[in-house]
Design a protein around this ligand. Structure first.
Ligand SMILES: C[S@@+](CC[C@H](N)C(=O)[O-])C[C@H]1O[C@@H](n2cnc3c(N)ncnc32)[C@H](O)[C@@H]1O
Length: 258
C-alpha cells in the first residue's frame, strides 16, 4: 500500500479533499492510505502554539522546530520512515517527471506544510529529504501544494486508475500536451465535434490526435516543443501535413494570420 502522511495546521480540510473521488475509492480498496496530521496536537503548551517570532527580527512568525519534529516522529514511529518533503517556494519546481519518480521509487511520503513565514530551518536540516515548490509564486500555506503533489503522485500508483492508458496519453507524459477532447452532444452552440472522431477509424483518430498534440505543444509550449524528438518517419509526415494545412488555411483567409 502507498502511504502519504501530511503534516498540517488544517488536517480536516486536507483530509476531506483527498478522500473524495478517485483517491477516496483507492483508499477504500486499500491501494492508498492518506492521513492528515494536526501539528498542534504535538505541542507541549496549553495554548497549542506552534509558532514564535523570528530570530533576527522582521514581521510574521515562524513555525517552531519541536512541534514539527514531534509530529514527524509520531508518523515515523508508527509507520516507518518515509521520504520527507517540505512544500516550499524555495524548493525545486514540481513536474510530472518528479511525480512519476516518486510514485515509482517510494511507498511512503511525509509532506510538511508550512505557514506564516515558513518553518525553522533546523527541522529541515534534521528531517527533510527534499523541498518541492508548486511554482514561482508564494502561497499562504503548504496545503494546496501538498494536495497537488499527493494527487499527482497517487494517481500514478498502480491500481489507482483503471488503466495506465488513462495517464499515458495525458499532457506531460511523453513531452507533449494532450490533444483536444470532446464529449456528447455532437453539436453544441453550432460547434461540431471533428468528423474524424466520429468515424470509428482508430488508426486515423490516433494520427489526428498526435497531430493536434504536436501543434498544441508548438503553439503553447515552445520550450517543450524544442525538446521533442519528431524525427520518426511518421512524425515527419505529420509535420509536412501540418505545414501544408497551415499554408492552405493562410491562403484561404490571409487576414486571420498573425
Ligand atoms: C507565506 S509562505 C512562506 C514564504 C517564505 N517566507 C519565503 O519567502 O520563502 C508559507 C508557507 O506556504 C508554503 N508555500 C508557499 N508558497 C509555496 C509554493 N510556491 N510551493 C510550495 N509551498 C509553498 C510553504 O509551506 C511555506 O512555508
Amino acid at each position: 500500500m502507498f502511504r502519504v502522511d501530511i503534516m498540517t495546521l488544517f488536517d480536516l480540510t486536507v483530509g476531506d479533499v483527498l478522500s473524495e473521488s478517485i483517491l477516496g475509492r483507492a483508499q477504500e480498496r486499500d491501494i492508498l492510505r492518506i492521513e492528515a496530521h494536526q501539528i498542534r496536537d504535538y505541542t507541549l503548551n496549553r495554548q497549542k502554539q506552534v509558532d514564535d517570532y523570528p530570530y533576527g527580527g522582521g514581521h510574521g512568525a515562524v513555525m517552531q522546530a519541536d512541534p514539527l519534529y514531534q509530529c514527524w516522529k509520531h508518523i515515523t514511529d508508527a509507520y516507518g520512515g518515509g521520504r520527507t518533503i517540505y512544500l516550499s517556494p524555495a524548493g525545486k519546481t514540481f513536474c510530472q517527471a518528479r511525480a512519476r519518480e516518486l510514485a515509482r521509487e517510494c511507498d511512503h511520503l511525509i509532506l510538511v506544510c508550512g505557514h506564516y513565514e515558513g518553518i525553522d530551518e533546523r527541522f529541515i536540516e534534521e528531517c527533510v529529504d527534499e523541498e518541492i515548490s508548486l511554482g514561482d509564486f508564494v502561497l499562504t500555506g503548504g496545503e494546496i501544494a501538498a494536495m497537488a503533489v499527493t494527487d499527482a503522485v497517487c494517481r500514478l500508483v498502480p491500481g489507482v486508475l483503471s488503466d495506465p492508458e488513462c495517464f499515458e496519453e495525458e499532457s506531460h507524459w511523453n513531452g507533449l500536451l494532450e490533444y483536444p477532447q470532446y464529449s456528447r452532444p455532437e453539436e453544441w452552440h453550432g460547434r461540431r465535434v471533428p468528423a474524424i472522431l466520429r468515424s470509428g477509424d482508430h488508426k486515423n483518430i490516433a494520427r489526428w490526435r498526435r497531430k493536434q498534440a504536436i501543434v498544441r505543444t508548438r503553439d503553447r509550449r515552445p520550450d517543450m516543443y524544442a525538446r521533442l524528438d519528431l524525427s520518426s518517419k511518421a512524425d515527419q509526415k505529420l509535420l509536412r501535413e501540418i505545414a501544408e494545412e497551415e499554408a492552405a488555411a493562410a491562403e484561404a483567409s490571409p487576414n486571420d494570420m498573425p
